[in-house]
Design a binder for this molecule. Sequence first.
Ligand code: ADP
Ligand code: CDP
Length: 206
Amino acid sequence: MIVTIDGVAASGKSSVSGGVARALGVPYVSSGLLYRAATGLGLEAAVDLHDAPALLSHLQSHPLRLEPLAAGNRVWQGGRELTGELHSTRVDRGVSVVAALPEVRAWVDAQLRALPSPFVAEGRDMGTNVFPRAGAKFYLTASPHIRAVRRAQERPEDVPAIEAALVRRDELDRVQSAPAPDAVVIDTGPLTLDGVIQTILAQLPA
Ligand code: ADP
Ligand code: CDP
């Protein structure tokens, strides 16, 4: 079975997906990491991130491989691991431009659909576009301020700057970020990480 966990930026998707996946004994799949890796490669090669043909041709000549482990996803270009470079402010700023390109979305979707199930898939459109027949779907939210306070533990900027960037990215990602009509929406604001994980586990079909 496939479980999808979508939601806005820094709502807890990857931490929650990791916890749910470990409890189920399956891997989780971070779709955002592929968008981040495409962005990181494009920035590194000074490709114009709005130029879909140029970016796609660069991705085809530098294939990426997602390693969807329950302990944390990793992404590789050939023998080089990119994972550690992809959660930077620079990639945060460019990734929504790359994710808006239909050609890049089709390239990511094809890689995700080729993965062997079962797994937990997290991102924006896992329950709507990529895995519409998933066995259980969740959508995480929290206020921009709460999300910025959480993300401030992982970025050098202060909370107001992070909050402004999150709101901007939510807006740029809005098209692909609608919850599936059959997703359970969870406001993670008042919950601990473990509270969110337990809420999801309690609602999974037996
Ligand atoms: P996303 O994948 O949606 O961007 P993350 O899983 O990276 O979100 O979570 C962002 C930060 O918020 C991490 O530091 C994580 O530990 C923390 N976090 C996530 N969910 C909660 C929660 N319910 N309560 C407190 N902190 C949380
Ligand atoms: O963790 P955070 O929410 O900050 O980012 P992420 O999940 O790693 O996603 C990074 C970016 O990839 C998002 O801001 C979207 O632009 C894009 N994305 C997407 O469009 N569709 C997905 N399924 C996953 C990510």
